[in-house]
Write a protein that binds this ligand. Structure first.
Ligand code: PLP
Length: 412
């Protein structure tokens, strides 16, 4: 066992020396979280405006979720799916009833859930739609982010996700996002089995499509007998002001893909939900995961979702999201630094008036951190602002005051 860290400098040095350099973190070293707050090893307190990429919607270390984790950990943690356990079925029933589907398939990371959805869509395409063997096509969109596995990055258009990692998996067609005509055209190909989209593109910079896009996508999928594969890993579980971002347009995807806040950030848990005619195309032995659907995940997922319902987090996100955007739009009028404010619920972004290659957004985030608020740019000049959904109206105003002060005093 290693010794205890005594300074940020020491922790950063260790990661630099012994860890892979696959991230570029802000230089804060955190050792405690509670609700909307994080603390660094020097004892400084911050508002968390990233929420671990929306995994911590319920707030850090929510006592009910932590308790569910501890109680289950004392009884049974892992059996693998070689045997039944007494928690998985209850959790499957709970998530199916919560989201309105016949069946659930639990995995761990978001990428794995997307991989699962790809396999389900392809197998459905061959066995139900009659697509010739190995010719299934999944239509994805530009600037998507679905994870980091080699097949998922085959559908990516982001050079930093792809470059140097080929050869790529065939079977994807990439079209423009937020373009209904492009969907109509792509879905005419009879070999298309799935349309794979995020209802709001989070990683790309919180791109909110025009109202009506999701509904039109769902209608076109129905018309062309194509599965709508909705990646709600970042947007789901109350983040955008409704339980699912698809709910804003009354859309029910054929394959619903969830992760992150399913556990409130305490374990990697993801799930794919679908009805029987789709889910049952996968037979025993054709897909799985040693940890997927383990008893700890089962106990945690139920408590984490129940917290979202009991604490009305969707309604809070809707209400405080409006307050937040009003404040940011008012700031935009006062400062040339902000070009645009966009988002839904508490998934928002400010676009900085500088080139994506500039350091301006990064330097502004350093100022935020200095003043006790943690956020990070996504794609250069876009700063995503996504606090835990347990934030109060008073706290939102306090955070807007911090952002305002930093923006108005910022010198390039
Ligand atoms: N899909 C979306 C929309 C995401 O935002 C992310 C992560 O940010 C993923 C998939 C990948 O999830 P994970 O990092 O758990 O594999």
């Amino acid at each position: 066992m290693g010794s205890t860290i005594t300074s940020s400098h020491e922790a950063i040095g260790l990661e630099e020396k012994y860890g892979a350099h696959n991230y570029h973190p802000l230089e804060v070293v955190l050792n405690k979280g509670e609700g909307v707050f994080l603390w660094d090893v020097e004892g400084k307190r911050y508002f968390d405006f990233l929420s671990a990429y929306s995994a911590v919607n319920q707030g850090h270390c929510h006592p009910r979720i932590i308790n569910a984790l501890i109680e289950q950990a004392k009884e049974l943690t892992l059996t693998s799916r070689a045997f039944y356990n007494d928690k998985l079925g209850i959790a499957e029933k709970y998530v199916c009833e919560t989201f309105g589907y016949n069946k659930a398939l639990f995995m761990n990371s978001g990428a794995e859930a997307n991989e699962t959805a790809i396999k389900l869509a392809r197998k459905w395409g061959y066995t139900k739609k009659g697509i010739p063997d190995n010719e299934a096509v999944i239509v994805a969109v530009k600037k998507n982010f679905h994870g980091r596995t080699t097949s998922i990055i085959s559908a990516s258009t982001d050079p930093s996700s792809r470059n140097g990692f080929g050869p790529f998996m065939p079977g994807f067609e990439i079209i423009d996002y937020d373009n209904i005509e492009a969907i109509e055209k792509a879905l005419k190909n009879p070999n298309v089995c799935g349309l794979w989209i995020e209802p709001i593109q989070g990683e790309a910079g919180v791109y909110v499509p025009k109202y009506g896009y999701l509904k039109a996508a769902a209608d076109l999928c129905k018309k062309h007998n194509v599965l709508l594969m909705m990646d709600e890993i970042q947007t789901g579980i109350a983040r955008t002001g409704k339980m699912l971002a698809s709910d804003h347009e009354g859309v029910r995807p054929d394959l619903l893909i969830l992760g992150k806040a399913l556990s409130g950030g305490v374990l990697p848990i993801s799930v794919v939900l679908a009805d029987d005619d789709i889910m049952l195309v996968i037979k025993p032995g054709e897909h799985g995961s040693t940890f997927g659907g383990n008893p700890m995940a089962a106990a945690v997922v139920m408590e984490a979702l129940q917290v979202v319902k009991d604490e009305n987090l969707a309604a809070n996100a809707e209400k405080l999201g409006t307050v937040f955007r009003q404040r940011m739009n008012a700031l935009k009028v006062k400062s040339d630094l902000i070009k645009l404010v966009r988002g839904k619920g508490l998934l928002n972004a400010i676009i900085i008036n500088d080139s994506p290659e500039s350091e301006t957004a990064w330097n502004l985030c350093l100022k935020f951190a200095e003043h006790g608020l943690l956020a990070k740019p996504t794609h250069g000049n876009i700063i995503r602002l996504a606090p835990p959904l347990v934030i109060t109206e008073e706290q939102i105003h306090e955070c807007c005051d911090i952002i305002e002060k930093c923006v108005l005093n910022f010198k390039k």
